[in-house]
Design a protein around this ligand. Structure first.
Ligand code: NAD
Ligand code: TYD
Length: 353
């Protein structure tokens, strides 16, 4: 079996649902259920004995040690993190607690348990750490895309905390021989994403007739990957990645934010004729330290492991828009008082530019 952390979040939940769609190997899912974790996302598995949910913190060494001893997983896949850049600007402490101290604690619990395993199990074990392209910093328009050897230059508290966690994972491989794998992925989008991130926030606001708040000039560029392609990349790296290696994962879909929002408006308009949400686009004051461009060179994972994305930005966005239109109960459930408070506080302060 495998142990997954943060499996009630956006990517973790997609990973778990996909995992059981392609195999029957049992999985234990440890999640703290912060504002970003939602068991409703895993409702299809409610009666499925292959999935075992445990509410807990990756920094709880006693709990993690007990789960490792009891279940003897062949792998740990670490999704658990604080993930929203804007929240990291407003309150960085939680990012240091979970992403740095929490990842450290998880690594150390795993190392202690793993080092006492019989040789064959020790050699076969994998610790896969899910990370981001934001650790590499910001690119100018003509710079080459990030490769695995691009120096780290994180700019936000979120990116810095993920960079620190990547360094700890690297150190646990080099110092203790823990068979680690790290993936650095570009921006994900798709079903089950919490509507504080660009794409689901814009879909929610488009449908509600609210402003679509584009930061700065809207020309910041991200590479976008459909979440199920990220999940297949993680499964591929887990199965075939070289211990100690890092792999960049991307969607070959660099887009300026304004173009992302226009695409989304077109697709929403096709499904809801009469809605012309481009008129709702509103330029608001920029994010402090806003990275201009991210781009991923994903040639290593393609060359060495044969992985490439299946979805284009257009096909992935169609599925995403359709999913949000069909899942208003899920959307309503996450738009609770805490969510509304975040949106009110965060966007009230961004005067129209
Ligand atoms: P998310 O914010 O949707 O979910 C994070 C999950 O982790 C939540 O379920 C939360 O309850 C849980 N969690 C938080 N702190 C915890 C703790 N201390 N112990 C246990 N569980 C805890 O995040 P996501 O978008 O699904 O991202 C998952 C991982 O992928 C993160 O490590 C993130 O850095 C990385 N990543 C995300 C993207 C993206 O575009 N979303 C891109 C590249 C990499
Ligand atoms: P986001 O989804 O927060 O991901 P990240 O900051 O990790 O890339 O934002 C994606 C891009 O969209 C980023 O350039 C910031 C921009 N953005 C807006 O313009 N308006 C918004 O309301 C949000 C949330 C993001």
């Amino acid at each position: 079996m495998i142990l997954v952390t943060g499996g009630a979040g956006f990517i973790g939940a997609n990973f778990i649902l996909d995992w059981f769609a392609v195999n029957d190997e049992p999985l234990v899912n440890v999640d703290k259920l912060t504002y970003a974790g939602n068991l409703r996302s895993l409702a299809p598995l409610a009666k499925d004995t292959r999935h075992r949910f445990v509410r807990g913190d990756i920094a709880d060494a006693a709990l993690i040690g007990e789960l490792l001893t009891r279940h003897r997983p062949r792998a740990v896949v670490n999704f658990a993190a604080e993930t929203h850049v804007d929240r990291s600007i407003r309150g960085p402490a939680a990012f240091i607690e979970t992403n740095v101290t929490g990842t450290f604690s998880l690594l150390d619990s795993v190392r202690e348990w793993w080092s006492a395993l019989p040789d064959a199990e020790r050699a076969a074990f994998r610790f896969l750490h899910v990370s981001t392209d934001e650790v590499y910093g910001s690119l100018a328009a003509t710079d080459p895309a990030f490769s695995e050897s691009t120096p780290y230059a994180p700019n936000s508290p979120y990116a810095a905390s993920k960079a620190a966690s990547d360094h700890l994972v690297r150190a646990y491989h080099h110092t203790y021989g823990l068979p680690t794998l790290t993936t650095n992925c570009s921006n994900n989008y798709g079903p089950l994403q919490f509507p504080e991130k660009l794409i689901p926030l814009m879909i929610v606001n488009a449908l509600a007739g609210k402003p679509l708040p584009v930061y700065g000039d809207g020309r910041n560029v991200r590479d976008w990957l459909y979440v199920r392609d990220h999940c297949s990349a993680i499964r591929t790296v887990l199965a075939h990645g070289a211990p100690g290696a890092t792999y960049n994962v991307g969607g070959n879909a660099e887009m300026a934010n304004l173009d992302v929002v226009r695409t989304l408006c077109r697709l929403v308009g096709e499904r809801r004729p009469g809605l012309d949400c481009e008129r709702q686009i509103t330029f608001v004051s920029d994010r402090p330290g806003h990275d201009r461009r991210y781009a991923i060179d994903a040639s290593k994972i393609r060359r060495e492991l044969g992985w490439s994305p299946s979805e284009t930005f257009e096909s992935g966005m169609r599925s995403t828009v359709d999913w949000y239109l069909a899942n208003d109960a899920w959307l309503a459930s996450v738009q609770n008082a805490e969510y509304r408070q975040w949106v009110d506080l965060h966007y009230a302060e961004r005067a129209e530019a």
